[in-house]
Ligand binder design. Structure first.
Ligand code: ATP
Ligand code: MG
Length: 369
């Protein structure tokens, strides 16, 4: 049994309630307000939206995930799939098929998930205007119903060659569905900002910004304590505080660390620092090969900057102390290295300074000889 879950959205007993956020989110959705959800990676944006809509009485969610889309037919397929999953009754499927007829849809059952899927013909749907047909299908579906339409990893549409054109067409249709709340989510903050905050974008100012921050410490502690208790482990607050600090309060990393502690402890244990260390060792053992691969292509200077970042933190990377730690004399070299490291995805620049994408990798680097 796994008491902790990470790497995907969570619901039910794996979801630590966030009543205040859920209340204000549901108020927006009920009023038909379009929203763009903003927050750090793995903080819980997708989970919050899914869990909130599923708790709203009489409401349902139409959830399309655009992660990794590469072509116009991909985008159409994701929306068609969302519709098929929403309701696979004959009458509903007939309606979707009618709306998509020009894209030559085919219905199948996904062999892995057992869920119904609809695929459109790649050639018939290669033009960006095909998105009009799927938007028609959405429109006929949401009319007169309490549906919240959620577009996740929305920024990935920009990776499609005609992405901008598709966004413009989508935006044109969405603005006429004023009673339906469209909620846009994405894990790449900068790309999402480009879509919703850049005056050149068709989605400029088309949605209110809704911030998802960290889960309040007390709530998260009560949640984690109860989860550990299901396996007869006692979690003292001091150890949980250590976890929170170690992972910068990123929800997904909190759960990953708790899982590691769970995996390396026994029923009856009161969890102490020793368990934290064992948990870390467990993660390192699992990730060693991957971390070594991350490090291998780096130059000596990049590695020194990475190490200094792990040791000192990223608030003042141009300070004398940072230069000393990295054994460098020139701030331009630090800047250049950080820019290259950012491209690898290992670190990123946040409002509070430079940060590692993974606290586990940060610790692995910090301990590296
Ligand atoms: N309310 C919550 N209670 C407990 N854990 C949570 C909660 N929300 C998120 N998590 C943890 O964070 C992980 C990531 O959640 P989720 O996918 O919802 O975040 P996200 O912000 O959408 O991430 P991404 O930036 O990758 O899209 C989950 O697998 C879970 O471990
Ligand atoms: Mg997400």
């Amino acid at each position: 049994m796994n008491a902790f879950k990470y790497g995907c959205s969570v619901e039910g007993e794996n979801f630590c309630a966030r009543p205040e956020l859920a209340k204000s989110l549901s108020n927006y959705i009920e009023s038909g307000q379009n929203l763009v959800i903003q927050g750090d990676r793995r903080i819980g944006k997708t989970s919050l939206v899914k869990e909130t809509v599923s708790s709203m009485r009489g409401w349902s969610i139409l959830y399309a995930d655009f992660m990794g889309v590469k072509s116009v037919p991909d985008v159409c397929n994701r929306i068609a799939d969302a519709l098929a999953r929403f309701d696979s009754s004959d009458s509903f499927m007939r309606k979707i098929f009618a709306a998509l007829v020009h894209l030559r849809p085919v219905a199948t059952i996904d062999a892995l998930t057992g869920l119904p899927t609809i695929s459109v013909d790649a050639r018939a749907s290669s033009d960006p205007s095909s998105v009009n047909a799927v938007m028609n299908a959405i429109e006929s579906h949401v009319k007169g119903r309490k549906v919240c339409v959620v577009f996740d990893e929305f920024q990935d549409i920009l990776d499609v060659r005609d992405g901008e054109q598709m966004l413009a067409l989508m935006r044109g249709r969405i603005q006429f569905l004023s009673h339906t709340s469209f909620v846009f989510l994405g894990s790449a903050r900068n790309a999402m900002m480009d879509i919703f905050m850049s005056p050149k974008s068709p989605f400029y100012k088309s949605a209110a910004v809704f911030d998802v921050g960290t889960i309040p410490d007390d709530d998260f502690f009560a949640f984690a304590k109860a989860r550990f208790a299901t396996g007869r482990r006692r979690l003292p607050r001091s150890l949980f505080d250590r976890v929170l600090e170690f992972v910068d309060r990123t929800s997904g990393d909190v759960q990953e660390m708790c899982d590691a502690i769970w995996q390396t402890s026994e029923p009856g244990d009161t969890l102490v620092d020793k368990h934290f260390e064992k948990g870390l060792a467990f993660v390192f053992e699992r990730e060693n090969g991957v971390y070594a691969m991350f490090v291998k292509p780096l130059t000596d200077i990049q590695l020194r900057v990475l190490k200094a970042l792990a040791v000192l933190g990223g608030e003042h990377p141009l300070s004398g102390a940072f230069l000393d730690e990295a054994r460098l004399t020139n701030t331009a070299t630090v800047r250049r290295s950080l820019a290259s490291l950012e491209k690898t995805g290992l670190v990123f620049s946040a409002s509070s300074g430079w940060r590692f994408s993974s606290p586990f990798f940060r610790e692995w680097i910090r301990r590296m000889r």
